[in-house]
Design a protein around this ligand. Structure first.
Ligand code: KG4
Ligand code: ZN
Length: 338
């Protein structure tokens, strides 16, 4: 079964062809970073217009790379939400038009479910496993018992982990998106240079909070910390130290909560996905601890962690194969459960 996936929830325009939910024949990602970086973040209006321009060429390239015609498709899958509503509507409308014209089923896919599916494209996963999903919009833990069933264990009470990376990068004037820049810069800094808070909330809580950490970085950079950092913008060496210390705080919390969740569920398998799962320090840390504790750790290659359409097409296969489809009247949604 050949499924075309379409993803336009934020600032990546992506189209992919996946065979039987596992073999990626193409996964075209047209990044809009250059359009948004001068604004220091995603500008929804610009994202919508760019998706409108980039999506049809991306679909064309995805079909071409896969070596198939559009009439070979067995179904079309599209991210219906959560995300920027205008951006989602470009993908949803295009997918509907295509499915209608080709007379194939269409499937509305949830963006978070698709992120969790990334590990199925990379590994022969066994169930159940505890998944940490950390992206620009979400940070949550799930117990995953099949490609389509996830039970929420905990989630962020304020900022998402990726959002914290982006905000701290903006504060340090490092550019957008912040995650990859901080990841690289942190290699040059000392992770114990600044003692930033690790917010764990209640003792057994599987929820997250990153706004206190973000504020602590702000106070430190603005020189309002108790240690009395001198006023004035940090130089390059200080920026590297702040980046490394901030990243270490995020990694500590994400790692600790993931292992807490695995212990609480008695799970011998864990997984990570979403944009922040591309972070090298996070991957290293979880992998080392998992090995020490004899826990199986699934992590997708970085290109499958960040937004892409292969995860959409891959997941959709499992629902299309059991005869499910969405009515052509389905709507996009900005928030989960909305
Ligand atoms: O999953 P994703 O591509 O889009 C959303 O669904 O939000 O995640 C994007 C987020 C951004 O906040 C970005 O800064 C972060 O993932 N990110 C990273 C890294 N690469 C992307 N965060 C930390 N380290 C990275 N290497
Ligand atoms: Zn995403």
């Amino acid at each position: 079964m050949l499924v075309l996936g379409i993803e336009t929830s934020c600032d990546e325009t992506s189209a992919a062809v996946v065979e039987d939910g596992s073999r990626i024949l193409s996964n075209v990602v047209a990044s809009q970073i250059s359009l948004h970086e001068k604004f220091g973040g995603v500008v929804p209006e610009i994202a919508c217009r760019a998706h409108g321009e980039l999506l049809i060429p991306a679909i064309r390239s995805a079909l071409e790379e896969a070596g198939i015609e559009k009439t070979d498709l067995s179904g079309v899958a599209v991210t219906a939400g959560p995300g920027l509503i205008g951006a989602l509507l470009i993908g949803v409308s295009t997918a509907k038009a295509l499915a209608w014209a080709l007379e194939v089923p269409i499937l509305a896919v949830d963006h978070l479910d698709a992120h969790i599916y990334a590990n199925n494209l990379a590994h022969d996963v066994e169930y159940p496993f505890v998944t940490l999903i950390a992206s620009g919009g979400h940070t949550a833990l799930y117990l995953t018992s099949s490609p389509t069933s996830h039970r929420l264990l905990g989630s962020t009470t304020d900022d998402a982990a990726g959002e914290a990376f982006d905000k701290v990068a903006a504060l340090l004037e490092l550019g957008y998106p912040g995650g990859p820049v901080i990841d690289r810069l942190a290699e040059k800094g000392r992770s114990d240079a600044v003692s930033f808070p690790r917010t764990m909330l209640a003792e057994s809580s599987l929820d997250f909070s990153f706004s206190g950490l973000k504020t602590a970085v702000l106070y430190h950079v603005k020189g309002q910390n108790a240690a009395g950092r001198p006023q004035g913008p940090p130089d390059d060496a200080e920026k590297a130290d702040i980046a490394a210390s901030f990243q270490a705080a995020v990694v500590d919390v994400l790692c600790e909560k993931l292992f807490m969740a695995a212990a609480a569920e008695g799970a011998g398998r864990i997984a990570i996905s979403g944009g922040v799962a591309a972070n090298s320090a996070l991957r290293r840390r979880i992998s080392e601890r998992a090995e020490k504790e004899g826990i199986i750790f699934y992590v997708p290659p970085p290109a499958l962690c960040t937004d892409n359409a292969a995860i959409v097409a891959g997941l959709a296969y499992h629902r299309l194969a059991r005869g499910e489809s969405s009515a052509l009247s389905f709507d996009a949604y900005a928030r989960r459960g909305a």
